[in-house]
Design a binder for this molecule. Structure first.
Ligand SMILES: [Zn+2]
Length: 457
């Protein structure tokens, strides 16, 4: 695999996702970053004479894709658990890897995984992600053993996917205990480097959509007379607000798992009270999932506070039919990414893999079509994104949710030289994009996946 520590010119049909220059003929790479983006002549002029030209081929070169919600270590362990340790250096066929990752099977069984098992899992899963054009992830709930494995993988030079790790403190013993855990060594969001960095603190506010435990404003149908009929609130408002306020004061970012409208109301109300004391706009506080009945008022408030949303088209695809059976036609408006965007909220795309399918081609297609599993008619297709918005979800939007918008997500001078070359133009037909092959993926100018024929995977 070529390693482009030397200056290099990459030529092709470049979709930059940089509004200042949406299209280009070439990019110049030096020391892992983009030096210039523009016409062939402009880019060549920025490089020493005789700089080699590399043409990945395919129909388009796009910024490397980012999954802003992927439990990468669990994905690796699931591959190890279901497929066993690979014998040699042979790459895992993509279809086989995806079938294992999507299998409705436990991610892991038996004693807690050892460090070496975690590292093996990472060695197995990262090439799969690169074969899908993925260059970076947010791992959205990292316990100490997981962070230790990421640190060790990085030390060994085995981390090829950029990781933003969100520490997940235990809130079962209250905010004060969680704060004591987090405050132990004075680390903060942002500590790390371009391959491994601490993201925001991750906490869970409510349950999930698929079993009726997300916190709604009204009871779940059939549970009207039950205490807790609106769903499961995993932490009291007071404990949640105490932790969130501490995060704001201490400049920790915060990502909150919150699915239902009742939960979203409570989390945003707490954020608004905190913001009056300690402005949160620069901190990248994020609603994670937020797909079930977010209201126009929620969207307006999130926009005003600078709160981000991490959205997962794969969850909508997976759960759409089941949700409709539980709550009726209101379910068809689930995951209204377009409405969040219209309210001025930055939205990052992701998968919640391996709990849901992690293939970004499925996510890009679903965000545009709003097709759900086992149903022919899409759910409120008017809420679907256009092709460019969908691509932004997995590039600039996911970079924002990664708190890395200044460093990656677009092909623009100064940003990381992370790209993917695809066999189809991602701004064309959504169905064709779902079948696209990733011809090449590069992280920091180093090619980490190459399939020059562009064989459909
Ligand atoms: Zn998750």
């Amino acid at each position: 695999m070529p390693k482009f520590s030397e200056p290099q010119l990459i030529a092709g049909n470049v979709l930059t996702m940089d509004p200042d220059r949406p299209r280009a003929e070439a990019i110049a790479v030096a020391a892992g970053r983009l030096l210039a983006v523009g016409t062939l002549a402009e880019v060549a002029a920025a490089l020493p004479p005789g700089t080699p030209v590399h043409t990945p081929g395919g129909a388009a070169i796009i910024p490397g894709l980012i999954d802003s919600h992927l439990h990468m270590q669990w994905a690796g362990l699931k591959l190890l658990h279901l497929l066993g340790e690979p014998a040699g250096d042979e790459a895992l066929p993509l279809e086989r890897a995806l079938a294992a990752l999507d299998a409705e099977q436990p991610h892991w069984q038996g004693p807690d995984p050892t460090l070496e098992q975690r590292l093996t899992g990472l060695r197995m899963v990262q090439p799969v992600l690169h074969a899908l054009g993925i260059v970076a992830v947010v791992d959205p709930a990292v316990v100490p053993a997981e962070l230790a494995a990421y640190v060790e993988a990085h030390r060994r030079g085995e981390l090829t996917v950029r990781v933003v790790a969100m520490p997940h403190p235990d809130l079962d013993h209250g905010a004060a205990a969680a704060i004591a855990q987090l405050d132990g060594i004075g680390a903060r969001t942002g500590l790390g480097d371009e391959m491994l960095r601490l993201g925001g603190v991750k906490v869970y506010f409510d349950g999930v959509g698929k079993d009726g435990s997300a916190l709604r404003r009204e009871p779940w149908p059939g549970h009207e007379d039950e205490a807790g009929g609106r769903g499961h609130q995993r932490v009291s408002e007071a404990e949640f607000e105490a932790l969130a306020a501490w995060c704001a004061r201490e400049r920790w970012s915060l990502g909150v798992h919150v699915v239902g409208g009742g939960g979203i109301d409570a989390v945003l109300a707490a954020f608004a009270r905190i913001d009056a004391e300690t402005p949160i706009r620069e901190l990248g506080f994020t609603l994670i999932h937020a797909y079930l009945e977010p209201s126009p008022a929620n969207m307006e408030l999130a926009g005003a506070l600078g709160v981000l949303v991490a959205a997962q088209p794969a969850i909508h695809w997976w759960n759409g039919t089941n949700l409709e059976a539980r709550i009726g036609p209101a379910a068809r408006a689930a995951n209204p990414i377009r409405s969040w965007l219209q309210a001025g909220v930055a939205v990052g795309g992701g998968s919640d893999g391996p709990y849901f399918p992690l293939d970004p081609r499925l996510g890009l297609w679903q965000a545009r079509t709003r097709v759900v599993r086992d149903e022919e008619a899409p759910h409120e297709p008017g809420l679907g994104l256009d092709a460019e918005q969908a691509l932004a979800l997995y590039t600039t939007g996911a970079a924002a949710v990664s708190l890395a918008a200044e460093r990656r997500g677009a092909l623009a001078p100064g940003l990381a030289a992370d790209w993917a070359a695809l066999s189809v133009d991602p701004l064309s037909d959504a169905a064709a994009l779902r079948e696209a092959a990733v011809v090449e993926t590069a992280v920091g100018g180093t090619v980490v996946h190459s399939n020059p024929i562009g064989d459909p995977a």
